[in-house]
Design a protein around this ligand. Structure first.
Ligand code: NI
Length: 225
């Protein structure tokens, strides 16, 4: 499932966060690429220990933990600290798959089930820079307004098209979900959305309690925590 999460950051919080990362120290993105990625990766990043990156990263995670759409769709168990990249002057990231295992700051290893990209620049500020995601339903081209996030399976092949004008500025990160399987996670999400709709239309309908029970009992059967 590929899902856009609107308005993760908005207004002053978005503007302040963007200013902080724009004025931080940018390094060659190849520094953090694996041997597959280094061949096709041409961008800039903030170092993982950059103070501005850490601060804004914590702000992003805090915002996501309070975002009902994100929590319902991702069912996150561990979220890696957000990283930041930018592309300009024709920079691009060719087709690749993200590494399957990454390490949390405390040394624990996590499985990357879902990849996230949070956009910091508005689409009309740059030319190109689409995130191209290949999944089982075909190829999707993604370029979202500033403050919006795209959530997609880490199993997908993906790329970033060359940025030929302006600068594409994003945060990117991974998470391990309580539900490893994308199809099961999508079923739970659809069910949650359906329950919320019925509850909104018919408050107090006894079927809502029954379906909520089914939701939690499926989660109980499938969750790995
Ligand atoms: Ni990637």
């Amino acid at each position: 499932m590929i899902l856009a999460i609107p308005d993760v950051l908005t207004g002053d919080a978005l503007a302040t966060a963007r200013a902080k990362i724009e004025s931080a120290t940018w390094i060659d993105g190849k520094a953090t690429a694996g041997h597959q990625g280094a061949r096709v990766k041409d961008n800039q990043q903030l170092a993982t220990d950059d103070p501005a990156g850490r601060e804004v990263g914590a702000q992003i995670v805090a915002a996501l933990q309070k975002n009902p759409l994100f929590v319902s769709a991702a069912l996150p168990l561990h979220i890696l600290p957000p990283m930041f990249n930018r592309y300009s002057g024709g920079q691009t990231f060719g087709t690749h798959v993200d590494g399957s295992i990454r390490t949390l700051p405390d040394g624990r290893r996590i499985r990357t089930d879902l990849s996230c990209t949070l956009f910091f620049a508005e689409p009309d500020e740059y030319e190109g820079g689409e995130l191209i995601i290949e999944d089982t339903y075909g190829t999707k081209s993604v370029k979202l307004p500033a403050g919006h996030l795209i959530l997609y399976p880490s199993t997908s092949l993906h790329s970033v098209t060359p940025v030929t004008r302006g600068t594409r500025l994003c945060s990117f990160f991974w998470l391990q979900s309580m539900i490893r399987d994308d199809a099961r996670r999508a079923l739970l999400f659809e069910m949650d959305v359906g329950i919320q709709r019925i509850a909104a239309d018919s408050p107090g309908h006894p079927g809502v309690v029954q379906l909520t029970g089914v939701y939690h009992n499926l989660l109980r059967q499938w969750a790995e925590i």
